[in-house]
Design a protein around this ligand. Sequence first.
Ligand code: NAD
Length: 396
Amino acid sequence: MPVEVVTPKIRGFVSLSAHPEGCAREVQRQIEHVRRPASEWPGGNLLVVGSSAGYGLASRITGAFGYGMDSVGVFYERPATDNRTASAGWYNTVAFTEAAREAGLAAINLNGDAFSAAVLEEAMEAVRQIGPLDLFIYSLAAPSRTDPVSGQTYRSVLKVVGQPVTMRTADMANGAISEAVFEAATDEEIAGTVAVMGGADLERWVDALLAERLLAEGARVIAYSYIGPELTWSIYHHGTIGLAKADVERTCRRLDARLQAEVGGRCWVSVNKSMVTQAAAAIPSVPLYISFAYKVMKELGVHEGTIEQTERLFRDHIGPGRQPDLDEEGRIRIDDLELRDDVQAAIEALWNQATSANVAELADIDEYQEAFRRLFGFDVPGVDYDQPVEIDRPLP
Ligand code: NAD
């Protein structure tokens, strides 16, 4: 059994190592944030696709420990080898599953490519075991997708659409700010991004769940989306990924009509706040924006992490018996605090003044870096990082 001292191995947007104890503590912290006594749990059945990290993990934790939901989680993570730790999402899922089962909740895990026919089929079998779903949350963030029918592989790119754009960005390792030119995507790149991060795969999952009668009466389907501030619109909201998210919204409107007709259910997009996650770290300019946003939102007392966001999503919008407040496009907006005028005005003022020389004072670069390392179980309070730990943790 490999026991070793685990240190961060950060390369650009990822850490090649993850700390099992640190990940477990982070999961426990999230559980404690939402935990309600079992006597108050309404129960229910939940499927989360993309359940091992970020918004999907927080959603699974909220459903389980806030509402007593049995869950199936689908994710794509790497187990440990003799000389390499598992990925953070693997350790997160081990910790979640141990805690859920200890609390008497069913927690079934499927590690594999959610875009594949085989994983979808296995997931249907797993859902059959817990029973028809009350809630299905789709929280996938992936760089590529192989279409299970055609066999064609699509790649997602983070590029602007139309004309090249010059935008402020930062090297988050040292806070160096520069103006970078972002090239416009080709038509093929746009189509590839929509094929990966658009609504096609969500629709395939809902088709299968409806065909197998695995959505309970009144079931709710939620897909996560992001709009973000105008500062980042050229690369995000108006960029390739924004077109993919627009496709998700169109898909959700279609699915909403079908769910209403077939099971008295609903399908909504939830637009979430900018958050330090593995997926967000890869988007140009967004990490710099986040380091301003975290600082301003903390100062104004409105900062939230993923678990605070999903707790509020369930409590105010999608939990049992709740009807969501929707914007004029029919979307749930838990990015409302971030996009408040006073918050955005404060962020924009900092953003416009920032240079490599003063960014450390103006932005929370340290907090960004810490939050990033915490995604991999590092910088977590209470963990003794000098102690060797068992890195081979099988999924329970
Ligand atoms: P994340 O990187 O933290 O997690 C992605 C999840 O997807 C992980 O569980 C991973 O294992 C899983 N995954 C990736 N490829 C897979 C595959 N092929 N098969 C099965 N599972 C796979 O991502 P995140 O930032 O939490 O993003 C999740 C959703 O939330 C996305 O739709 C994203 O657009 C949205 N969102 C993110 C932010 C943000 O700032 N991070 C803000 C608003 C909305």
